[in-house]
Design a protein around this ligand. Structure first.
Ligand SMILES: NC(=O)c1ccc[n+]([C@@H]2O[C@H](COP(=O)([O-])OP(=O)(O)OC[C@H]3O[C@@H](n4cnc5c(N)ncnc54)[C@H](OP(=O)(O)O)[C@@H]3O)[C@@H](O)[C@H]2O)c1
Length: 247
């Protein structure tokens, strides 16, 4: 079973990597179910997909709430009659030095980038286990495979989800449930992510860096599409996506 006709839930689908992935997957025949907090953005993306002949629906979803993610998954099943893939992509990156003690932002990153992914996992695990089929794709980051000054807590959440994806893959192989996982490690991708940085000095540095090297989220969407397109017995599980110009 390739991308065509797969039912795919995508969180963080209202902009950037999630939006680009939703559009590409729908173009290739997937039925996509979009979740994020901004309703107007989601509605506009669903309109674009339908105007291009694709199938999509959306529901306002806050990934910090298990009930919201459960409900998004139920919407996929009731609208399209099943579920094949969840793309846990919602995330924020209010980076700052640890010494600045932006502890509210630490909490928000843990709630969205880590617990949000766990909520996605918990929502699909009973379905995937029962049907012995399913794929969980999660957007980690290059900050999830190496350390960056200024990204201590962000990186901690991204290292954590990397571990989670690998353990789910291993346990599923042990349990014979055929659940495949993939972690994406994008580097500088031009999206709205830098809007979440409140630390002025960090923001200036990151804005300048992204202007210099950043690439389109389409690059990540292409990789998501590739992962979904693999045969059932193939688990492609780790992808770094760098701008060619980025060191
Ligand atoms: N851009 C990069 O350079 C880069 C590099 C490595 C990893 N990443 C990761 O890529 C993922 C996507 O980010 P992006 O770069 O595409 O940035 P983006 O354009 O800012 O997209 C982030 C998405 O997450 C959603 N989101 C944030 N909080 C949420 C919540 N509580 N509940 C549901 N959705 C929420 C946002 O939608 P709403 O605001 O409408 O909820 C938006 O759709 C993130 O996990 C990010 O950490 C990005």
């Amino acid at each position: 079973m390739t991308v065509k006709n797969k039912v795919i839930v995508i969180t963080g689908a209202s902009s950037g990597i999630g939006e680009a992935s939703a559009k590409l997957l729908a173009e290739n025949g997937a039925k996509v179910v979009l979740g994020a907090r901004r309703a107007e953005r989601l509605a506009a993306i669903v309109n674009d997909i339908e105007a291009a002949g694709g199938q999509a629906t959306y529901q306002v979803t806050d990934v910090t709430k298990q009930a919201d993610v459960d409900s998004l998954v139920q919407l996929a099943q009731s609208t399209f009659g099943g579920l094949d893939v969840i793309f846990n992509n919602a995330g924020i990156m209010p980076s700052s030095p640890i010494s600045a003690l932006h502890t509210d932002e630490w909490d928000a990153m843990i709630d969205i980038n880590l617990k949000g992914v766990l909520h996605g996992v918990a929502a699909v695990m009973p379905i995937f286990t029962a049907q012995k089929h399913g794929q969980i794709i999660t957007t980690s980051s290059v900050a999830g495979i190496k350390s960056f000054a200024g990204a201590g807590v962000y990186g901690a959440t991204k290292f954590a989800v990397r571990n989670l994806m690998e353990v789910i893959r291993m346990e599923s192989a042990q349990e014979g449930t055929n659940i495949r996982t993939a972690s994406l490690y994008p580097a500088a991708i031009n999206t709205e992510l830098l809007h979440t940085i409140t630390d002025e000095k960090t923001k200036q540095g990151m804005d300048a860096f992204y202007q210099q090297v950043g690439i389109s989220p389409q690059a990540v969407a292409n990789v998501v599409n590739f992962a979904v397109d693999q045969p059932e017995d193939v688990n492609v599980n780790e992808f770094t996506i760098y701008p060619t110009k980025q060191v």
